[in-house]
Design a protein around this ligand. Structure first.
Ligand code: ADP
Length: 159
């Protein structure tokens, strides 16, 4: 059984993440979307919301699971029996950053990191841009899966 995790903050999930997950699942038998919980970080969406947005976006795909974790990503991989980490690459800056993390994870474990390039037209999307649009009252609906908007946004009325 080829099991991979796709780790991230997903604050919130975007169409960029969605694209990597949909294409990534074809490479593995099971993909666990691993939502990182870092107590030093403050999030726009609490864990419950971040989890719900993702679970609902992939409710029709039983091979995609959602879990939260804290601590080292490689330790989480061992706990869930995953041999692969899936990551998305948007640009050269992502590559440099991801390369260092992948080398470190490889030093700490046997786990391989598999990279997928962003589909064209999605590479400019990031959770931080989405949060900025939301904070400033802009139309974020073209940047995220439908489940994000139907759940409402903190401090805003549900649509
Ligand atoms: P992190 O806190 O690890 O940066 P993110 O939730 O921002 O978590 O991203 C998780 C993963 O999704 C990373 O591999 C990141 O490169 C990838 N990703 C984020 N946005 C996009 C996008 N627009 N296209 C492709 N991959 C993306």
């Amino acid at each position: 059984m080829k099991r991979a995790i796709f780790p991230g903050s997903f604050d919130p999930i975007t169409l960029g993440h969605y694209d990597i997950i949909q294409r990534g699942i074809s490479l593995f038998d099971e993909l666990i979307i691993a939502i990182g919980e870092n107590t030093d970080k403050s999030y726009m969406f609490d864990l419950q919301h971040r989890m719900k947005f993702i679970t609902e976006a992939f409710r029709d795909e039983p091979r995609i699971k959602v879990q939260s974790y804290s601590g080292l990503t490689v330790d989480f991989c061992r706990r869930v029996g995953a041999d692969f980490i899936l990551r998305g690459l948007r640009n050269p800056a992502d590559f440099e950053f991801e390369k260092a993390i992948a080398h470190t994870n490889r030093k700490l474990s046997e786990i391989e990191t598999v990279f997928l390039l962003t589909s064209s037209g999605k590479s400019y999307i990031s959770s931080s841009i989405v949060r900025d649009v939301i904070r400033n009252g802009g139309d974020y609906t073209g940047l995220v899966p439908e489940t994000v908007r139907f759940q409402g946004i903190p401090g805003k009325k549900d649509t």
